[in-house]
Write a protein that binds this ligand. Structure first.
Ligand code: C2E
Ligand code: CA
Ligand code: CA
Length: 734
């Protein structure tokens, strides 16, 4: 609930548009403010002079005396009066100038949501109150300190003047001394404490008796600061309200303000005396004001000012160190409708909930800010060195935000659904400043809105194109299975006699517009979106259908083993073994003829789970191979634990096996290792006769590669196998 102000604050609204003045007037009056209207700058200045309003709202563009002139007048006459400029969106440069001239805040017209007005008014009135309080407090403090120092100085002088008067003045001195709330102190020029008032106990928790004779600087927390203090004292003879940290009785640092003077006698002796007081409370009040100036009162998130600061810093760092960052501008769709229909208090709670969800979607070092009614910004700094990766990460965060915001929000009896429009821009691009980055984000956000809300848009067209392509592919991929666009090609595997002994199924996507797409391009998208699961299932189903069919024909004599690739995502599904078993029995395929190719990554991820799953495949008779062997984390210790059947030597080693000695050594080692573990080994990517010869000479007995055949569509593959079977009675050329 928004509390009504205790006393009616007077607000002056200056605008040449009557409709705006009126809407402000009516709205603010509802919240208990009394509102004055001025139809132009001149009347505005007159009303300001005569009525002394608590806060001013001023339009920037007005004929004759414009908003900036009014602002100038108010700021010079009464800097404590909060003045908020209201401006059309076309004149951002005016707003910036206004802020430079001393405007406290600004709002952009048209105000779609008057709660923004209310927040701005409340926030700035509170800030003005705190500022005034703090100033009054400081002034009072200064007066008191001056008064007390004066009294002490007089007493001290009197005391020195005559011995006769000593007794009398001593009494006077004592009475002042004992009643002090501040701490009076007197040290010699070396800093030894000659006198200190008993109030040091209530101020800092030190006993007067313990301090007498000690050196004052043993109580200082920051030596440099005290050196500065002494420097000033010896230069000018006195300091007023000089802030230092002093250690209290518990050894804690306490901020204190010192007012002191230094007196040196002709003989070179002398003393420093003065008062200090604990200013912890004042510091806290200042910190509160500071916090308010940089944070949004409702959500406690950083506000626009702090965001711009941090963005400026991030820009600076990224230009220096070559890191890139991203800025996400998030606007809530249809927030106004919710706010208008359910009331501001629900709207406020909704904004707070959104703020929390946003914060939970980013890393600790990222900034989430609220820069307007329902406008939030996420600043990701130091993301990476590579624009593509930065774009992907920014998009990932945007997706995460979309997801987090899509979950229903319960406020009182309402279940609310909110969607964001998100604009993304990356930096640094050129020599842009923070304001420009924010504008780019804004532009992108409007594009997202125009794209139909709940969307994400990049500022740069090129990046957008890439993101679009990813999205397009994702959308198309969803249809690929149902529209029968997936193909399973087969590549033959050849034994030492040159006969076909098996095959690997390799996925292709026959896209209606782009033609045949290879798996390297779409498998990553399928994995990111989870589509790999239905796709993987389709591959298994298709391969098992063919296994069952081939077994019934002469092809079955050659194709004793048909392997498919299994994505880590698929393999990690708890029900994966059950799924394979179901498909096998449904298609009536012989499990002993099915092979699964896994990468090393799957294995090290969770060894125990992997061992369990592999064991259940082994029980079925399904063969397991490790694909791309040698490129990942190949350690004998984990290999020994796994019930494996086959190692596939990665293409990259085979490729240079005849030229590169270290590749040759790796291949030899893999073969020896497989031998040792009792595993079969197959080389992939065999392209030349020389490669084949090397492999055969080193004990590798199965091969796959372009040297024999490329991956082929099913009919061509079947033809290839039949042809090979006919010629295999003749000795192979190798
Ligand atoms: P992979 O499992 O290492 O498959 C071998 C890749 O090497 C295949 O590329 C194959 O066409 C190619 N290749 C075979 N012989 C030669 C040769 O002599 N020289 C050269 N330069 N290349 C050769 P492809 O078909 O583009 O597949 C790429 C990768 O996509 C596969 O690598 C596999 O990781 C993945 N993939 C393919 N099909 C599936 C699938 O059904 N499911 C999953 N999860 N991944 C698949
Ligand atoms: Ca493979
Ligand atoms: Ca491979």
């Amino acid at each position: 609930m928004i509390e009504l102000p205790a006393q009616k604050a007077v607000i002056l609204t200056i605008d040449d548009e009557e409709a705006i003045r009126e809407s402000f007037h009516l709205y603010l009056e509802d919240y208990g403010y009394s509102v004055l209207e001025a139809e132009n700058g001149q009347v505005g200045i007159e009303l300001f002079e005569s009525q002394k309003p608590d806060l001013i709202l001023v339009d920037l563009r007005m004929p004759e005396v414009d908003g900036l002139q009014v602002l100038n007048h108010v700021v010079t006459q009464s800097p404590d009066t909060p003045i908020i400029v209201v401006s059309g969106t076309g004149v951002i440069s005016d707003v910036i100038e206004a802020l430079h001239l001393g405007a406290w805040d600004y709002m952009l017209k048209p105000l779609q949501d008057l709660s923004v007005l209310l927040h701005a008014v409340e926030k700035n009135l509170e800030r003005s109150r705190l500022t005034r309080e703090n100033r009054a407090y400081q002034e009072q403090l200064e007066v008191e300190v001056r008064k007390q120092t004066e009294a002490l100085r007089n007493a001290y002088q009197e005391m020195q003047e005559t011995n006769l008067q000593l007794l009398q003045s001593e009494k006077k001195y004592r009475s002042i001394f004992d009643s002090l709330t501040d701490v009076y102190f007197q040290v010699d020029l070396q800093g030894y404490i000659e006198e200190i008032s008993p109030s040091v106990l209530s101020n800092l928790g030190h006993r007067r008796e313990n301090m007498l004779g000690a050196r004052l600087w043993d109580y200082y927390a920051e030596p440099e600061r005290f050196e500065a203090l002494y420097g000033r004292l010896s230069k000018t003879g006195s300091v007023a309200d000089f802030e230092v940290l002093i250690l209290d009785g518990d050894g804690m640092e306490r901020p204190c303000a010192i007012t002191a003077a230094r007196e040196v006698n002709p003989d070179g002796s002398g003393r420093i005396y003065g008062v200090f007081r604990d200013i912890t409370e004042r510091k806290q009040a200042e910190a509160k004001i500071e916090h308010q100036a940089y944070h949004d009162g409702l959500t406690n998130l950083p506000n626009r000012t702090l965001l711009l600061d941090r963005l400026e810093l991030a820009l600076h760092r990224s230009k220096r160190h070559g890191y890139e960052g991203a800025l996400l501008l998030i606007d809530l769709d249809r927030f106004k409708t919710i706010n208008d229909s359910l009331g501001h208090s629900v709207g406020d709670q909704l904004l707070c909930e959104i703020a929390q969800r946003l914060a939970s979607a980013v890393r600790e070092e990222d900034t989430v800010a609220r820069i307007g009614g329902d406008e939030f910004v996420v600043l990701l700094s130091d993301v990476g060195h590579d624009t593509q990766a930065t774009a992907r990460r920014a998009e990932g965060v945007a997706e995460k935000i979309k997801h987090k915001l899509s979950l229903p929000i319960r406020i009182r009896d309402h279940e609310l659904y909110i969607t964001p429009s998100i604009g993304i821009t990356l930096f640094p691009m050129q020599q842009e400043d923070a304001g420009a980055v924010l504008r780019h984000g804004d532009t992108a956000m409007y594009q997202a809105k125009a794209a139909g809300r709940n969307s994400i848009r990049f500022f740069l067209p090129g990046m957008q194109a890439e993101a679009d392509e990813r999205l397009e592919m994702e959308k198309d991929l969803r249809l690929a299975i149902s529209q029968n666009q997936l193909r399973l090609f087969f590549q033959a595997q050849i034994n030492e006699q040159g006969a076909v002994c098996g095959a690997e199924g390799l996925l292709r996507w026959e896209h209606p517009a782009y033609g045949l797409i290879t798996p390297d391009r779409f498998i990553p998208v399928a994995e990111e979106t989870g589509l790999i699961l239905p796709i993987g299932e389709w591959v298994l189903q298709t391969a098992c259908d063919l296994i069952a069919r081939w077994t019934q024909t002469p092809l079955g004599d050659s194709l004793r083993h048909v392997a498919v690739n299994v994505s880590p995502w698929q393999f990690r599904q708890p029900n994966f073994p059950a799924q394979v078993e179901r498909i096998l029995s449904r298609t009536n395929a012989d499990p002993c003829r099915l092979g699964l190719e896994l990468t090393e990554g799957v294995v090290i991820d969770n060894v125990a789970d992997t061992v369990d799953k592999m064991a259940s495949f082994k029980a079925l008779g399904v063969k397991i191979s490790i694909d791309d062997f040698g490129t990942g984390y190949s350690s004998l210790s984990y290999l020994k634990k796994l019930p494996l059947d086959i190692l596939k030597i990665d293409r990259s080693f085979v490729e240079e096996v005849t030229e590169d000695e270290s590749n040759a050594a790796i291949v030899e080692t893999i073969i020896a290792m497989a031998d040792h573990l009792g595993l079969e080994v197959i080389a992939e990517g065999v392209e030349t006769e020389a490669q084949l010869a090397f492999l055969r000479d080193n004990g590798c007995r199965s091969y796959q590669g372009y040297y024999f055949s490329r991956p082929l569509p099913v009919e061509l593959f079947e033809q290839f196998v039949m042809d090979a079977a006919k010629t295999s009675s003749c000795p192979s050329s190798g």
